[in-house]
Design a protein around this ligand. Structure first.
Ligand SMILES: Cc1cc2nc3c(=O)[nH]c(=O)nc-3n(C[C@H](O)[C@H](O)[C@H](O)COP(=O)(O)OP(=O)(O)OC[C@H]3O[C@@H](n4cnc5c(N)ncnc54)[C@H](O)[C@@H]3O)c2cc1C
Length: 324
């Protein structure tokens, strides 16, 4: 658990996020990030489409506290929607409200989201609201509901570690939902902590939405869950057009291709841009072995030192808390 906490703390470190922007992607992070530019990303999407895999595209970005940054992110997302349309690839958009100004001003964020949703609707594209940490959960749902009342091209995410996830899946059962285990560190007052409990709740939510809800995206790298869903769908005669599996770009690619070949709908989450550091640290928090995906070059001497210092400070902080 200490390791998970450490990587989550690193993902939230603004200085390291900035450093990684300068030193990162060109040195090997392409294993988990599809491109820094829209053109490179469209090429990666085309390659996945050729394997029968569709994509959901995420413009990477963290720590947006300036309106100018949120507006730049909006422009980039709109450009991506246009590029998807012009190139004819099979892809839709995933976005994070915090990148579009949620932490600055909710009304400003709503305006940005409305602009994006309108362009997406014009191009017959779909927008998925990714869900972040609990502090942003209810605001994000509220924004999503407001947008969905005007455009019906919106879906969202249910995170199984939240105690309230069962209420939310019932509430949003008419939406296309991506169901995940949950990636952030949350306290026990609001979130299950134990892996077995989270996994069991994850299965219950998936089964509920498959039986009662709209389209289900099962977003996991966990083969136990995937095998369970395959059997469950067969037993309950759930049509393959009612659900899809999702995985992150670059993870378990053999399994991605195998599932697509078996005739399941498969969608890859495709992150792009230079702001990859926080995203990657959360992947390490989930599974430290993911480090093996990354070439040694990703971390230069400079970033290694910075990461080492931060990790050290973080662990010291934990130890000192323990002795208090
Ligand atoms: C497409 C997608 C979108 C997501 N969107 C969100 C979001 O909006 N909000 C959010 O909070 N979280 C999101 N997540 C992250 C999610 O919440 C989990 O943190 C993350 O997926 C890790 O959990 P898991 O279900 O993949 O499996 P885990 O619980 O991490 O792993 C279970 C088991 O699966 C196997 N396994 C897992 N990964 C690998 C691997 N790379 N190679 C080999 N075996 C492996 C291992 O046996 C492991 O023990 C998303 C995840 C995906 C895939």
């Amino acid at each position: 658990m200490a390791l998970r906490d450490m990587f989550i703390a690193l993902s939230e470190n603004k200085v390291l996020n900035e450093a990684a922007k300068k030193y990162g992607l060109k040195m090997g992070a392409q294993h988990v990030v599809a491109g820094t530019t829209i053109e490179e990303t469209i090429a990666s999407i085309k390659a996945l489409n050729k394997q029968g895999i569709s994509c959901t595209v995420d413009n990477l970005g963290e720590f947006v506290f300036e309106k100018s940054e949120a507006l730049a992110a909006k422009e980039q997302i709109i450009n991506m929607i246009e590029a998807i349309h012009n190139s004819g690839v099979d892809a839709h958009i995933s976005l994070k409200p915090s990148q579009l100004g949620l932490d600055i001003d909710k009304a400003f964020c709503l305006d940005n989201l409305m602009d994006i949703a309108e362009v997406a609707a014009n191009y017959n594209n779909f927008i998925n609201f990714d869900m972040e940490n609990y502090a942003r959960l209810h605001d994000s749902f509220e924004l999503m509901e407001t947008i969905n009342a005007k455009y019906n091209n919106i879906g969202t995410v249910i995170q199984a570690y939240f105690l309230e996830s069962i209420e939310n899946i019932e509430k949003y059962k008419n939406l296309r939902l991506r169901i995940v285990k949950g990636a952030y560190k949350e306290p026990s007052t609001i979130a299950y902590q134990d892996k077995a409990t989270i996994d069991a709740n994850y299965i219950s939510l998936i089964e509920y939405h498959l039986l009662n809800g709209s389209f289900t995206s099962i977003a996991t790298h966990d083969h136990h869950v995937i095998n369970h869903v395959k059997k469950f769908a067969e037993t309950h005669a759930i049509d393959k057009d009612k659900f899809e599996f999702q995985m992150l770009y670059g993870f378990r690619t053999d399994m991605q291709q195998a599932l697509a070949k078996e005739g399941y709908h498969f969608c890859v989450y495709v992150p792009f841009g230079s702001d990859w550091y926080g995203y990657f640290m959360r992947r390490l928090a989930e599974r430290p072995q993911n480090m093996a995906l990354i070439t040694k070059q990703v971390f230069t001497k400079k970033t290694n030192i910075a990461i080492g210092l931060t990790a050290g400070a973080f662990l010291l902080g934990r130890l000192s808390k323990r002795t208090k």
